[in-house]
Design a protein around this ligand. Structure first.
Ligand code: HEM
Length: 468
């Protein structure tokens, strides 16, 4: 193994080039089965190495101090650039996740305060209501089949929860049904858009016309909702109201309808896939370990005593939080977070040429044996206070770190605690033999072929809300 300790006295060293691995080590494995490949590659090549994939070279970074360097101490030297980000901009415009420079700074300043944990008290009842409605449907599904795939169910649940928390009651059921297929189409089209973006305008792009239509329809619905809300005096506690009011205070710099459209759509897309996938992984690991699941159920029963969760309960659902944090460690939905080096740099004593594509691998850092004992084991107690103390600050970073850290961190953790608690109040998640979820690393790290579990209703443990 090549040691990656800094050697400042010798000057920056050239990067070690990844060796071919005995079992894997070719482009198809990197692209289609990268989890084991990447873990092995770190073992063989060290914490930092150059991966030559023919078309593209990547500087692979696998250590928490690399995360600190790229996203915190030298973050101004690393930018989001490339075809994927360009394609995302056609959908999200100047939304927070894709904007840069002054626009990003201004927007981040306006949106961030709205996402502080204490500001989110008002969205908790909206979350609970959305989950309650959806779980009622799960009861009949559990009666109709031996096992169910909870991945699409959690996708639907998360989508409805986001609509409710972002738009409140302003988006009618009919508008939700109209906008949903358009958003789904737009998300699906992002990869082809990325591949065809640089072609001359006369080259036919399959699907481009349908994409343009999807964008027009999304705009139509969002502008309608935004317009109506701008006329309403009393908007409610949803995020759109918070965004409408943002900036009215100190700077008086309120957002334009176009910016509101970009930001609400961004929140929607940034929060949708990430939370639904991470909840699906949590359901998978809970179904695999009855002891962990029963301990969580014990906490939920004693804290909530059969009621729906409220904001202050969340502080007491500590094990639920640790289950979620462990899920996000073992399967971080955003498993890598690429950037481009604007100027030449030195990381860990190695030279990073200007223009390099660096690939910090959250997944590998989260499985690094120097920071995690038995990294493949699901163990929520890693996040207990006693076990967390002394761990490298960036050994766990599913929400990113530094100035561009996920704005929805508190929102996502609250949402996950609520969803897990409310599911466990109603169901026991049973293992389905032969249907263990496996990892697919595409845009996000999602369970290949879904998460199949037995949904066994908990006898006599109906919640106050569900039981009445
Ligand atoms: C488990 C759920 C989630 C995970 C794992 C996650 C993860 C991330 C990551 C890794 C980033 C990128 C940080 C970077 O570029 O360095 C990010 C950015 C972002 N996330 Fe999340 N996220 C989650 C949920 C949410 C939710 C629920 C929302 C909003 C409702 C949200 C809104 C955003 C936004 C707006 C950004 C862009 C921030 C910026 O560039 O300034 N995320 N998220």
């Amino acid at each position: 193994m090549i040691e990656s300790t800094a050697q400042p006295s010798l000057g920056p060293q050239p990067l070690p080039v990844a060796r071919r691995l005995p079992l894997v080590g070719s482009l198809p494995e990197v692209l289609f089965g990268p989890a084991d490949y990447l873990i092995n590659a770190r073992r063989v090549n060290g914490d930092i190495y150059l991966l030559n994939m023919g078309v593209e070279k990547l500087v692979v970074l696998n250590h928490p101090r690399h995360i600190e360097h790229v996203f915190v101490s030298n973050s101004s030297n690393y930018r989001k650039s490339g075809a994927l980000w360009d394609a995302m901009r056609t959908l999200l415009g100047n939304g927070l996740a894709v904007s840069q420079g002054e626009t990003w700074e201004r927007q981040r300043g306006l949106v961030r305060p709205q996402f502080r944990r204490d500001r989110l008290i008002g969205v908790v009842p909206l979350m609970v209501e959305a989950v309650e409605n959806e779980l009622e449907r799960w009861v009949s599904l559990s009666e109709a089949a031996e096992s169910v795939d909870v991945l699409p169910l959690l996708g639907e649940l998360t989508m409805k929860l986001l609509v409710k928390t972002v738009f409140g009651t302003s988006m009618s059921h009919e508008s939700i049904e109209r906008i949903r297929p358009e958003i789904m189409y737009a998300i699906k089209y992002l990869v082809p858009a990325m591949l065809t973006n640089s072609l001359p305008s006369w080259v036919p792009r399959p699907g481009a016309r349908r994409y343009a239509l999807a964008l027009r329809r999304i705009d139509e619905i969002l502008f309608e909702v935004i317009d109506q809300r701008r006329r309403d005096e009393d908007g409610g506690d949803d995020l759109l109201s918070m965004l409408l009011n943002a900036g009215h205070g100190e700077s008086g710099d309120a957002m334009s309808p176009r910016q509101l459209r970009d930001e609400t759509l961004t929140l929607f897309l940034a929060g949708y896939e990430t939370t639904s996938v991470s909840l699906a992984w949590a359901a998978h690991y809970l179904s695999q370990d009855a002891a962990i699941q029963e301990r969580l159920y014990g906490e939920v029963s004693s804290v909530l005593e059969g009621s729906a969760p409220n904001f202050s309960d969340l502080n007491n659902l500590t094990y639920a939080r640790n289950v979620m944090m462990e899920s996000l460690r073992i399967c971080p939905p955003i498993w890598w977070n690429p950037r481009e080096a604007i100027e030449e740099d030195v990381i860990d004593g190695f030279k990073i040429p200007k223009g390099s594509n660096v690939a910090p691998l959250t997944y590998v850092v989260h499985h690094h044996p120097d920071f995690w004992v038995e990294p493949e084991r699901f163990d929520p107690d890693r996040f207990s206070e006693s076990q967390s103390s002394g761990r490298h600050r960036y050994a766990w970073h599913p929400f990113g770190v530094g100035p561009r850290k996920c704005i929805g961190t508190a929102f996502a953790l609250m949402e996950s605690q609520i969803v897990l608690a409310m599911i466990l109040q109603r169901f026991k998640l049973g293992l389905v033999p032969g249907r263990t979820a496996t990892k697919a690393m595409l845009g996000t790290l999602r369970p290949k072929n879904g998460v199949h579990v037995e949904l066994r209703p908990r006898s006599g443990s109906g919640t106050a809300a569900a039981g009445n």
